[in-house]
Design a protein around this ligand. Sequence first.
Ligand code: SPV
Ligand code: MG
Length: 432
Amino acid sequence: MKKVYLAMSADIIHHGHINVINEASKLGEVTVGILTDEVIASYKRFPLLGYAERKAIIENIKGVDHVIAQETLDYVPNLEKLKPDYVVHGDDWRTGEQKVIRDRVIAALKQWQGELVEVKYTDGVSITQLDDAVQKIGITPNARLRRLRKLLEIKPVLRVLEAHNGLTGLIAEKTKIEQNGRIKEFDAMWISSLCDSTAKGKPDIELVDLTSRLTTINDVLEVTTKPIILDGDTGGQVEHFVFTVKTLERLGVSAIIIEDKVGLKKNSLFGTDVLQTQDTVENFAHKISEGKQAQVTEEFMIIARIESLILKAGLADALARAKAYIDAGADAIMIHSKEKEPDEIFAFCAEYATFPNKVPLVAVPSSYNHVTESALMEAGISIVIYANHLIRSAYPAMLHTAQTILQNERSLECDIDMMPIKQILTLIPGGN
Ligand code: SPV
Ligand code: MG
C-alpha cells in the first residue's frame, strides 16, 4: 500500500476538501496532517474550531486512514517523518503565497522519489466568502469572552488596538495585511480610558462614568467579534468593582485592566508632572481578590496594572507589587512606563522571569514605540497594546479638514485628503 499525505486546516470543510481526500484515497493509505491552532492563528486567523474538534471531524471522513498534527505551515517536518509516496494538494498553490511551501514539498519528495499530485481546484468555492459569511453571523458573549485566554495559549504575543466607537472597532476587527505569505491582523481591542474620554470631549480623569463607557463598549460589541480588554482606570470603589466585573462578563468583555492608583486619577503619561497617588499594596490586592471572587465565569481576566515606574517608585516596588497582585489572583500584570527607552520595562521583565509564579505580562509601548513586538515578546511580554493610535491619527486629519474649509470658504481643497462620497456611503454594508 502506497503512503499518501495531505494537509489541511479543516476549519471550514467543503466539497473541495472531500474531492481532494477522494483523489488521495485512490492512490493509497491516506494520512491527513491537520494544522494546529497555533499554525492557523499564526498565518490566518483564530480557528473557529479547536484542533481536537477538527481532528475528530477529519478522522470520521471516508477515505482518511490516519490523522496527525502538522505543527508548521511547512510540510517538510511531517514529510521527513512519514516519507510518503504521494502528497496530494489542490492545484491552486502553484502561484501566490503558497508557492514557497509547494517548492519545499517538491524538493523534500525528491529525496525518496515521492510525487506531488495536484487535483484541479474545485470551482465556485471561496474560502474568503465562507469566512466572511461565518463572521457575519457574529459571536456569542461567552465565546468572545473565552477567546482572549485561548489566544494567549496559542499565540506567543497578542497585538491589541484601541477602539473607541463602532467605526474604530471595525478597523480593529477587519484590518488585515498580507506579508510573507501570512495574514497579519489585530487579535483584540483595547477600550482606552484616554481615547473613550477624548472622543467624548472629556479629560481622562474617570469623569466618563461606567454607564457611558458601557455605551461605547456596546457600540464596539455590536459590530465586531474580537475580544475586548477594557481599561478600567482604578476600578473605583471595591464595592462598585465587584458589580463592574459581573456586568462586563455578561456582555462578553474578556478582561479589565485596573491600575493601582487612588484619588483623582490622571493619565499615566503625565508621569510625575501631575499629582498622582499610588494605592497601597494591601488595598489594591484586596480589590483584585474581591473582583476575582465576584466573577461568574472561569475565563474572565482581571489584569493588575502597576504604576510604580510611572510614579518613580522604582523597580523593586514594581516587582514587589507584581508578586502581591499575583498572590491576590491577578490573571496578568501590566507594567507601564512613559520613558522613551524600554530599559526599565526590560529590567522589570528580566527580574520577573525569575518569579516561580508567573502570569502573562502586558506592555503599552506608547512612548518607547521604536521597540518591536518581537523584542517585547523576547523580553517576556505576551500582550502588546497600541493604546491610543486611532484617535491620535484621526484628530489631526479632521482638524486639518476643518482649517482647510475655513481658509478656502469651500471644501474643494479638502478632496485630496478625504475618501469620496460614494465610498463613505458604502463603507458600512447594508445601507443601500
Ligand atoms: C489609556 O489608553 O487610557 C491608558 C494607557 O490607560 S495610558 O494612556 O498610557 O495611560
Ligand atoms: Mg487609561
